[in-house]
Design a protein around this ligand. Structure first.
Ligand code: FDP
Length: 283
């Protein structure tokens, strides 16, 4: 791993302690929308500004882009391009449930396809703060404390027997073929529903127990809800590095060519067998 990539991950590690602490007193909304038209929380803005400032100071970083800002910030002349969702699942602030920080480190100017990711990962603000980090085809899980990372598991792979399923979007808005697939998944008595409304929390359950998470195409939103650069690609990269699959419904999310920075993409990630079946169901 290059020194600059390592530095980006170190900065996110250190910043996560402040982002977590910064949630206190910032659970309200600001009078602004993000580029996808969602109301921003005070903590969204705080986390974005913190990461922008810290990542811009790294010599190897050329661009910083996030779900919370319209434009790409040109921050230097390095060869790394960082995209982040500084606070994924921030609608969970009000109820004090799990949230995360998602990041992708690309070697091409943004917007870029997931095939140009050199590393990606996420921080999970659960009862403890953890990180799942993928690079060079492997995933490592860490516990984060005092700005430091401690390895808890190396070469993380998805368990062979899938246990968990969780699907976003309102059921009446699901296309009929997707709904039929879901009914088949839930008819298996070995499968259990887990859905918390923050992608990172739900994906982390899948990485831990095996299974599938999806935020699918919806009847009136054929590209679903989640953003390709900031959510779909990094999560696809992590799950594929852990031996699973990602799909936009027909192919790996990492192969989707972006048109615009804030493009959305249907997200399906999990055990290979379940994603293969999903693609067959959506054909
Ligand atoms: P949020 O709007 O709270 O930031 O990033 C979007 C996201 O959360 C994901 O984390 C989550 O999976 C999804 O939206 C939840 O959407 P629904 O409320 O439609 O279930």
């Amino acid at each position: 791993m290059s020194d600059a990539v390592e530095e980006v991950v170190d900065v996110i590690t250190r910043s996560s302690a402040e982002i977590r602490q910064g949630l206190v007193g910032r659970r309200g909304e600001v009078d602004e929308e993000n580029p996808s038209g969602e109301t921003q929380a005070e903590a969204d803005v705080f986390a974005d500004e913190l990461l922008a400032e810290r990542l811009a100071a790294i010599e190897g970083v050329a661009e910083y882009a996030s779900e919370e800002r319209v434009e790409i910030s040109q921050v230097g002349d390095g060869d790394l391009y960082v995209a982040a969702d500084p606070l994924d699942g921030s609608s969970n602030l009000k109820s004090n449930n799990t949230m995360g920080t998602v990041f992708g480190i690309y070697d091409e100017p943004l917007p870029a396809p997931g095939t140009s990711l050199v590393a990606a990962g996420y921080v999970l603000y659960g009862p403890i703060t953890t990180m799942a980090y993928a690079h060079d085809g492997t995933v490592t899980k860490y516990e984060l404390t005092g700005g430091e990372r401690t390895v808890v598991e190396e070469d993380v792979t998805l368990p062979d027997e899938p246990l968990i399923y969780g699907f976003g979007g309102r059921v009446p808005d699901w296309p009929a073929d997707f709904e039929a697939y879901v009914r088949e998944i839930e008819s298996n008595p070995d499968h259990k529903l887990r859905y918390g409304g923050a992608m990172i929390g739900d994906v982390n359950q899948v990485l831990t127990y095996g299974g599938i998470f999806a935020y699918p195409a919806l009847e009136d939103s054929p590209r679903g809800k989640l953003r390709l650069q900031f959510e779909g690609n990094p999560i696809g990269y992590v799950l594929e590095s852990a031996g699973g699959r990602s799909s936009d419904g027909t192919r790996s999310i990492l192969e989707v060519e972006p048109d615009e920075l804030h493009d959305r993409v249907p997200v399906h990630v999990g055990n290979t067998e379940l994603i293969d079946r999903l693609e067959t169901a959506l054909e």
